[in-house]
Design a binder for this molecule. Structure first.
Ligand code: ADP
Ligand code: 5GP
Length: 198
């Protein structure tokens, strides 16, 4: 089902935001989180918590054994190893949110987004690919973010070349040049540009 059918059905929709590391996914999603119509998917991960992160808000930080049990119990709609850590999207909250008519926002790596799209879930959905204006800008943002070592940044840039090839698997590509404009484009494509009603 396409996102534009959502208005007629009045049901919730799945909003998937993807793109290479450093393209601005988290920054854009942070803005969308302020919208009460949006529920943010909290993934489970085995990655160690970074300074400033909160368990249950940014991720469910779990160990490998527990992650393995979730895989065995079929709790993930998708999971993947990204940059050496495991990440998974939990199945149950997606359907709960959609039933209540909310937009369920999933921020995910490029491969994960493509496999989620390939599942062809029977729900209204929109898959957005956030692209950097250029590789030079992407590198500058990864360096500027200050969270990764030069080796990790080099690996992420290498991977980004490959990931940019997957953009045509998505419904729309949004170039994140100016943040306000990128957020406005996401809102438009996600059907979140209508004013909030009481
Ligand atoms: P991702 O979640 O895709 O890895 P982030 O949201 O962490 O990317 O963004 C990477 C860095 O780029 C952050 O430091 C962020 O503040 C910055 N950034 C994001 N969007 C823009 C933009 N439009 N203009 C300038 N800097 C940006
Ligand atoms: P970070 O560790 O920087 O928060 O995220 C690393 C990468 O993992 C990002 O590209 C992020 O989008 C991706 N990621 C986060 N959660 C999930 C998930 O549930 N599934 C998949 N496949 N990737 C995820």
């Amino acid at each position: 089902m396409r996102a534009d059918e959502h208005a007629e059905t009045g049901s919730g929709r799945l909003l998937v935001i993807s793109g290479p590391s450093g393209c601005g996914k988290s920054t854009i999603c942070q803005r969308l989180r302020e919208d009460p119509r949006v529920e943010f998917s909290i993934s489970a991960t085995t990655r160690p918590m970074r300074a400033g992160e909160v368990d249950g808000r940014d991720y469910h930080f779990i160990d490998k054994a527990r992650f393995q049990r979730h895989i065995e119990d079929g709790d993930f709609i998708e999971w993947a190893e990204v940059h050496g850590n495991l990440y998974g999207t939990l199945r149950r909250p997606i359907y709960a949110a959609l039933e209540s008519g909310r937009t369920y926002l999933v921020e995910i790596d490029v491969q994960g987004g493509a496999s989620l799209k390939a599942l062809e879930l029977p729900v209204a959905s929109v898959f957005l690919f956030i692209a950097p204006p250029s590789m030079e800008v992407l590198e500058a943002r990864l360096v500027g973010r200050g969270t990764d070592t030069p080796e990790v940044i080099a690996r992420r840039l290498e991977k980004a070349h490959e990931e940019l090839l997957a953009q045509d698997k998505y419904d729309r590509v949004i170039v994140n040049r100016d943040l306000d404009e990128a957020v406005a484009a996401v809102r438009r494509f996600a059907g979140l540009d209508a004013p909030l009603t009481e």
